[in-house]
Design a protein around this ligand. Structure first.
Ligand code: TYM
Length: 331
């Protein structure tokens, strides 16, 4: 996609706990790449309101939403370049989400795969908040008229809903909301360490956290399934494919090819592969962890970043909300 002066970027991460490699590679790396572009405006929020759409602990949420801001700063998001804020502190998000619900059918929302998955995961919590999750996300994006959204591939159905909402709002009410695209990174789908599905915070054993030590990373990798080491005799298992994908993401395509040749030839020594991979992952995470400590030691600075971000976000959000309300006869 061609980046121009009118490109605006928004993304967010829920406050469900420590960020993992999936969040980092699928979302944060895209945020960092886009922040580099002089011409464009970047808004990165903590989706703390989205966090309440599945069961959560109130005290943990209080801590975690701030921790995501610290993770953003540690990863290199720069408050001088990007607006960093908490979604719950900009009430316009909730207001616009409700207005959007006037153009979206219940059936469309119920058929979303992301909704169905969550209902399966938490059958006791099939709430209205969960059903409305994608409309709140559409509001997050469209309040800033963002046309580019750095997120993992799992979020594509939500981006599609956002485009649909924008189209419908423009048709029915004559608004001029953009139809955003997803900004994809090389790590748009980071697989689970367990061999099945994607890396996910809600699946224990599937992830590596950004705050893990080298030993913890290696311990987690040790649990990852492989095969007998003479894999060339059978089809490559999903577990091995996943490990090779991580090798490519952290050590490059050449390294992956080396292991693939080994696989065909002598078979891979998985203990050595895992040790090498743990070293490569930790080498990337170490500077983040060090910066994280620096920000933890400066709580006032973090407060100031949030306050300034909320003020900036609110000003833009208010303007869009006023425009939409005016068009809807509510101005
Ligand atoms: P959340 O908190 O579930 O995930 C945050 C980001 O991490 C990406 N991600 C992955 N990417 C690659 N491989 C994985 N295994 C993996 N696991 C997670 C997600 O794609 C996401 O980019 N709905 C969003 C939060 C949100 C949002 C928004 C995003 C709320 N409002 C507005 C963008 C714009 C979510 O589920 O995040």
């Amino acid at each position: 996609m061609l980046l121009t002066m009118s490109t605006t970027v928004l993304s967010g991460i829920r406050a469900t706990g420590r960020l993992h490699l999936g969040n980092y590679l699928g979302a944060v790396k895209g945020m960092l790449a886009l922040q580099q572009e002089e011409a464009i405006s970047t808004f990165f929020m903590v989706a703390d309101v989205h966090t309440i759409t599945t069961p959560y602990n109130i005290d943990e949420l209080r801590i975690n939403r701030r921790e995501v801001i610290i993770d953003y700063l540690a990863a290199g998001l720069d408050p001088e370049r990007s607006t960093l804020f908490l979604q719950s502190m900009v009430g316009e998000h909730l207001e616009l989400a409700f207005l959007f619900s006037s153009v979206m059918s219940i059936a469309r929302m119920q058929h979303l795969p992301t909704f169905k998955d969550k209902v399966k995961q938490y059958p006791e919590h099939a709430t209205m908040a969960l059903l409305n999750y994608p409309l709140l996300m559409a509001a997050d994006i469209l309040l800033y008229k963002a046309n580019l959204v750095p997120v993992g591939i799992d979020q594509e159905p939500h981006i599609e809903i956002t485009r649909q909402v924008a189209r419908k709002m423009n048709e029915v009410y004559g608004t001029q909301l953009p139809e955003p695209q997803r900004f994809a990174t090389k790590g748009e789908y980071v697989p689970s360490l367990q061999g099945i599905g994607k890396m996910s915070k809600s699946v224990e054993g599937s992830y590596i956290s950004l705050t893990d030590t080298k030993t913890e990373i290696l311990d987690r990798l040790k649990q990852a399934p492989t095969d007998s080491g003479v894999g060339r005799l059978t089809a490559m298992s999903q577990g091995v494919k996943n490990l090779l994908q991580l090798v490519e993401l952290f050590s490059g395509a050449e390294k992956r090819k080396e292991y693939e040749s080994q696989y065909e030839d002598t078979g891979i020594r998985y203990g050595a592969l895992k040790a090498e991979l743990a070293t490569a992952i930790f080498a990337e995470l170490k500077p983040l962890q060090e910066r994280r400590q620096q920000f933890i030691a400066k709580p006032k600075l973090v407060d100031e970043v949030i306050e300034a971000g909320v003020t900036k976000a609110r000003a833009v959000a208010r303007e869009t909300l006023d425009e939409v309300k005016e068009k809807m006869g509510l101005g």
